[in-house]
Ligand binder design. Structure first.
Ligand code: G3P
Length: 214
């Protein structure tokens, strides 16, 4: 299972990458907008030096423009993954990128038919947004389970990336259904290594060790 950080903040990527378990980063225009004054290209390039896969989202909606943006982003660094919205124009762009060997991440996936079409267009990854479905009172992780079940019948190489993660339980359920990747916000990432029993156990080990005459 790959673990990605969902952020446009380079310092946060540096911090989590230093743990040695970070596989990639996903950015989107909303995350970029939070990092006032940061240059998008410089941000993506800096992240590409820290992790192997960095999703950079294209910001046009017609195929010709999307194709040009995909070409431009992919020329920045070998680790760039072009993030493409799940629209008909996006499908054309995915197909174009797949023909050129450009890695892609299909964003804003909310249904199994969308997932299947993106896979057929040759997407490297698809990003179903689980938290946004949860917000509507629908269990977002059910969509991941449905997609993984569909994937089990076919030879799709497209990786399923669980996005819009809101808490560690999303990561647990992603792992249990065999999702290939989870992209995790910084504050949730910090919770993942923590367990009260680990802290209590370590405290006791240290106390006992320090009580021994050495
Ligand atoms: O990876 C997608 C993610 O950034 C969207 O998360 O919390 O805005 O639904 P959220």
């Amino acid at each position: 299972m790959k673990l990605f950080l969902d952020t446009a903040n380079v310092a946060k990527v540096e911090e989590i990458a230093s743990w040695g378990i970070l596989d990639g980063v996903t950015t989107n225009p909303s995350l970029v907008a939070k990092e006032e004054g940061a240059d998008f290209k410089e941000t993506v390039m800096a992240m590409c030096d820290l992790v192997n896969e960095v999703s950079a989202q294209i910001t046009t909606t017609e195929f010709e423009e999307m194709r040009k943006q995909a070409d431009e982003y992919s020329s920045w660094h070998k680790n760039v993954v072009v993030k493409v919205p799940m629209t008909v124009e996006g499908l054309k762009t995915l197909k174009y990128c797949s023909g050129k060997g450009i890695a892609t991440n299909t964003t804003l996936v909310f249904s199994v038919p969308q997932a299947v079409m993106a896979a057929k267009a040759g997407a490297t990854m698809i990003s179903p947004f689980v938290g946004r479905l949860d917000d509507l009172g629908v269990d977002g992780m059910d969509l991941i389970a449905d997609i993984m079940e569909a994937w089990s019948h076919y030879g799709f190489e497209t990786q399923v990336l669980v996005a819009s993660v809101r808490d560690p339980e999303h990561v647990v359920r992603a792992a249990k259904v065999g999702a290939h990747i989870a992209t995790i916000p910084y504050k949730v990432f910090l919770q993942l290594p923590q367990h009260d029993l680990t802290d209590k156990g370590l405290k006791k080990f240290m106390e006992d060790w320090n009580s021994i005459k050495k």
